[in-house]
Design a protein around this ligand. Structure first.
Ligand SMILES: Nc1ncnc2c1ncn2[C@@H]1O[C@H](COP(=O)(O)OP(=O)(O)OP(=O)(O)O)[C@@H](O)[C@H]1O
Ligand SMILES: [Mg+2]
Length: 1024
């Protein structure tokens, strides 16, 4: 009742609004009448003058006012052009067919057109001519020169409408373009350069993502701004499509898809060999245990030795076959477990590294369950490739590069070639080793039906905390593929998200937004809440003569479809065309089979082939036509009645189910009785339909039972329709809440995206980024100085070592601790207020400035070696690639965060708040990481070998550090304890000393759950 009153109120508000626009329409018509005396050229000249004037206005408010003022005249011009085209029977070629122009906007169309200019949604029934309506606001706003976008639901409509309506624009001297799938960037840029651009929401959105998230040069960007978009079928785009974000995904940076199958047999036999080996170790261990603890309970003399030996054997098995049952059984005895742990602890003491290495070498490969490493040993390499064990050993790249560099027999070109070859070789080997390592893990750490299950030929992860299956989720870094290879199912190509945005957030970027559709009213609240779009319901040109029958309700689906078939036959017999709407492709196909059995000729549409479907739909109004269509099919094409059909009663629409949203049902109904034609609609429902089962009020069911409904009997009553609509409203509300929630989450991401894209564009568009680059270096240096030092002058509390290491690992400076201290002691002025250095003490400031100066000098030296133009490109690239790589990684992290927050139950806290907090932290990390990565890369790239840089990026950090110390870092000393950086240096140096092979065995992904079982991500736990 209340709802009814509200509706009444809204209804009358709408009426008032329409009444208010009538005088303006009259004025437009009046002006239009006066235009007839002008020549075509006069109209064109007017357009050119307006455009020249409006495109000068920079201020948005001023521009809006100027447009409002010009509206009547501009709309009149469009109407007048339509009149001229009509009078001349102008021919327009649209999608290969010639159409004779015969449209002059009706008054209601002008009303709709005004609403669009005002940034509203014009609700106009199907067949009211919305395509033409859009031309008026499009023309007016295109005069600003800022580019107007018209958004359609599919490529076919974009092309159709741009060609069709292009007649008006071209007549007036404006340019019109169209974006479709498969256009190369150069073509796209031309289309966007037009005054008016038609295209689908996906194309517009993807272009935005490519421009801002991927383009490496400003010449590669195609869009030129987001001024005004008019969205056709706006409900479909902003509500239905908005559920799935736009995602550009690409092949993951490192994939080794083909490697897994290739190495599977070898790894299988390797794993078997290892199992046999571990069996032997266990056997030995069991014997020794008997000696250690004989039946008579005596403690043997060599107990110490035995204990150590047993511990080592058990630990070896743990490294070799961590999931071995024999091992687990032995470890059930806590005494054995103690022995093993002791051995492990002992081996991990610093001075025991060599012994640990020796222990591993007893095996074919060693697996570290904690860090998820799997490394081949010498023995394993021999096993796989007896003739060439080096095949699985990475060359020392730093050394090799150095050798090439100092080879007197090579000229510059020869050196370049040699380096490239070396890199390729290195990468090929790294891939091989990586694949083997992942396969080893797949076989040794991941058990079927524990960590994952195999269903329908897919490997599905089992969530370790909840035990739930996680379809669609994949382990990263090739592990998933390795498991797929192991299980013999299809190996799916690894992809990663490169850029993503929701439709909502894309369209919210436009300065002005408007939309049109046949059905918006029911979702008015959502349009307003989310897009600030009001809805104006525009009356039809002619009164609607459609007859809507009461819904027919049946107990079962079977009875329902039998009734549908009866009705189709009956109406078909009268010669009337019929459109049957379904909510899914399956139902369409089932119905089609039923009709075929009855020998009824019909067409089936399921929104796949837009052009053909538009043509079929256009014929659906012919005598005797039967057309089955799912919701979306043929939207945007109206069904005109064939000769004689109106006399028979026009098109009859049958709905085979009520959709969740009333809007979709109204859309289907609206397919008939266009422009005052006769027509009728009838929905069939069964109590087994999802909507009824899930949301149908019990009232209906009870009512039906009370009526004692029998097999095949149907029920009809206006009250029933109302109940069903109630159910639909509940679902609509529910879905709206979900979409709103999604958006709230995405808002967080959206702000981050704005920052990143803003930064990226600044870099992309700047002529010279060197200053920005040096600024970034400065920022990072200041931050590091703060991290390693204190702002009091107690230098012994400073971690000078850590600072020096960081500098030496990052820049080619090679400064010493003593130098740092010397500069610090000398001190100097305090940093200037509000400078980058603000907040540092005098000593910190001196040190920071000294480092920055050093870097600056080193950079100048580098500059002097390089080609200046190419260096500019390289500098930009260094920044962009760091931004992109880490942002893409960040996208993945945000996604996982979102997912894990979703799993964390609600408890007392609002998951959204938690999400925001964590997302903020992640973003801070991201910004820091980007800057450090830029510092890290800037000296590691050279214009002559662009690839070198990306190559360096793709190899593990440990190696980077090694090559870094080759820049003249002071290397390792034996000083104990200290920072992480220190350890890195020490380990790296140790590795170099022993000239051990460097193994590319990627660790647990930073986003994988930490192997320690804390349930947190690795990087937030042990991976810190
Ligand atoms: N002012 C007019 N005078 C005569 N015919 C018109 C006029 N406006 C539109 N039409 C015709 O009406 C038909 C429907 O137009 P259009 O496809 O633009 O409708 P629509 O409102 O977009 O419908 P849908 O909801 O199906 O997309 C077209 O054949 C078009 O030629
Ligand atoms: Mg349309």
């Amino acid at each position: 009742m209340i709802g009814f009153l509200v509706k009444k109120l809204i209804g009358s508000k709408n009426d008032r609004e329409i009444r208010r626009l009538r005088p303006l329409v009259a004025r437009i018509n009046e002006i239009e009448a006066g235009l007839s005396s002008l020549s075509d050229d006069d109209l064109r000249r007017k357009t050119a003058e307006w455009k020249a004037r409006l495109s000068q206005i920079r201020d948005n408010a001023e521009l809006a006012a100027a447009l409002d003022e010009l509206l009547p005249e501009a709309y009149a011009v469009v109407k007048n052009v339509c009149r001229r085209l009509t009078e001349r029977r102008a021919e327009v070629v649209v999608r290969g067919h010639t159409i004779v122009w015969d449209m002059i906007p009706f008054d209601v169309q002008i009303i709709g057109a005004i609403a669009l200019h005002q940034g509203k949604i014009a609700e106009m029934a199907t067949g009211e001519g919305k395509t033409l309506v859009a031309t008026m606001p499009v023309y007016l706003n295109a005069l600003t020169g800022r580019g107007v976008h018209v958004v359609t639901v599919n490529d076919y409509l974009a092309q159709r409408d741009s060609e069709w309506m292009g007649a008006i624009y071209k007549f007036l001297g404006l340019t019109v373009g169209c974006i479709v799938h498969d256009q190369p960037p150069a073509v796209r840029r031309e289309q966007y350069a037009c005054d008016i651009t038609y295209g689908t929401n996906a194309e517009f959105g993807f272009d935005y993502l490519r421009d801002n998230g991927m383009a490496l040069r400003k010449e590669d960007q195609v869009q030129r701004g987001h001024y005004f978009a008019i969205i056709d079928e706006v409900d479909s785009i902003l509500i239905d499509e908005a559920r799935t974000p736009l995602i550009i995904s690409g092949p993951a940076v490192r994939t080794f898809d083909d490697q897994y199958l290739r190495w599977k047999p070898a790894v299988e036999s390797l794993v078997r060999a290892q199992q046999r080996l571990c069996e032997q170790f266990l056997e030995q261990a069991r014997k020794l245990i008997q000696q250690l603890r004989p039946a008579d309970g005596r403690r043997p003399e060599n107990a110490e030795e035995l204990e150590m030996e047993i511990g080592l054997l058990l630990y070896r098995v743990k490294m070799g076959q961590p999931k071995s049952e024999g091992l687990l059984r032995l470890l059930e005895d806590p005494e054995n477990l103690r022995l093993m742990n002791r051995a492990e602890l002992e081996l991990h003491k610093d001075q025991k590294k060599a012994e640990l290495f020796r222990q591993k070498e007893e095996l074919y490969f060693a697996i570290d369950e904690k860090s998820h490493d799997a490394d081949l040993t010498e023995k394993g390499r021999m096993f796989l490739s007896p003739n060439d064990p080096d095949a699985f050993m990475l060359p020392d790249i730093t050394l090799a590069l150095h050798e090439i560099e100092s080879d007197p027999n090579l000229d510059a070109r020869g050196r370049l070639e040699a380096k490239t070859r070396l890199q390729q070789e290195f990468e090929a080997k790294a891939q091989k080793i990586h694949a083997i390592s992942q396969l080893l893990k797949a076989y040794c750490l991941y058990e079927r039906d524990v960590e994952y299950v195999v269903q329908d030929g897919k490997v599905i992860i089992v969530d370790e905390h909840t035990g739930r299956l996680m379809p669609g989720r994949r382990w990263s870094d090739g592990l998933h593929q390795a498991v797929e290879a192991k299980e013999g199912v299809t190996i799916e190509r690894e992809t990663q998200t490169l850029a993503t945005i929701t439709i909502q957030n894309y369209f919210r970027m436009y300065q002005k937004l408007a939309g049109m559709t046949g059905t918006a009213e029911t979702e008015a609240q959502e349009f307003w809440d989310i897009y600030k779009l009001g809805v104006l319901v525009v009356p039809t040109n002619k009164p609607v003569r459609r007859i809507d029958y009461n819904d027919s309700v049946y107990k079962t689906k079977r009875e329902k479809f039998a009734a549908v078939l009866r009705e189709i036959k009956e109406i078909h017999a009268q010669g009337r065309p019929i459109l049957v709407g379904t909510i899914s492709v399956e139902v369409s196909e089932m119905l089609s089979r039923m009709l075929r059995k009855e020998g009824l000729v019909h067409s089936v549409l399921n929104a796949k082939y837009h052009q053909q479907e538009a043509e079929i739909i256009a014929r659906a109004g012919q005598r005797g036509a039967i057309t089955i269509a799912t919701n979306m099919a043929g939207r945007g094409t109206d069904i005109k009645l064939g000769p004689g059909v109106a006399e028979l009663g026009g098109l009859h629409v049958i709905g085979t189910e009520r959709h969740e949203a009333r809007r979709i049902d109204r859309q289907l109904r609206g397919r008939c009785a266009r422009q005052g034609d006769p027509g009728s609609s009838h929905f069939f429902i069964s109590l087994e339909d999802d909507l009824m089962r899930l949301f149908g009020s019990d009232r209906i069911v009870k009512y039906m039972e009370r009526m004692g409904l029998e097999e095949g009997q149907e029920l009809q009553h206006p009250l029933l329709n109302r109940s069903i609509e109630q159910a639909q409203k509940r679902v609509e509300q529910h879905n709206f809440q979900i979409r709103k929630r999604t958006l709230e989450y995405d808002d967080v991401m959206n702000r981050q995206r704005e920052v990143i894209y803003g930064f990226r564009n600044e870099i992309l568009r700047a002529d010279n980024v060197r200053d920005r680059l040096l600024e970034i270096i400065e920022e990072v240096v200041v931050q590091k100085v703060q991290q390693f030092t204190t702002d009091d002058e107690e230098f012994d509390r400073w971690n000078v070592r850590g600072l020096a290491d960081w500098v030496n690992l990052t820049f080619p400076l090679g400064l010493t601790e003593a130098q740092v201290l010397e500069v610090a002691r000398k001190g100097g002025d305090l940093p200037p207020r509000d400078s980058l250095y603000d907040g540092l003490s005098a000593a910190q400031y001196a040190v920071a400035r000294w480092i920055v100066e050093g870097v600056r000098r080193a950079y100048e030296l580098k500059v002097s070696f390089e080609d200046p133009e190419q260096l500019k490109v390289l500098e930009r690239y260094t920044i962009l690639s760091a931004v992109d790589r880490l942002w893409q990684e960040h996208l993945y992290e945000m996604d996982s965060l979102r997912y894990s927050i979703g799993l964390r139950g609600y408890g007392q806290r609002d998951p959204l708040i938690e999400y925001k907090a964590e997302a903020y932290k992640l973003f801070e990390d991201l910004m820091t990481n980007i800057k450090s990565e830029i510092c890290h890369n800037i000296f590691r790239s050279a214009t002559s070998l662009l690839a070198f840089e990306s190559f360096l990026q793709s190899i593990p950090k440990q190696l980077l550090h090694q090559s870094a110390s080759a820049f003249g870092g002071q290397g390792a000393s034996d000083s104990a304890g200290g920072s992480k950086a220190e350890e890195v240096v020490r380990e790296a140096a140790a590795a170099v000393e022993k000239s051990q092979p460097v193994r590319v065995g990627p660790k647990v992904g930073r986003n994988d759950p930490c192997p320690c079982g804390s349930g947190r991500k690795y990087k937030h736990c042990h991976g810190r």
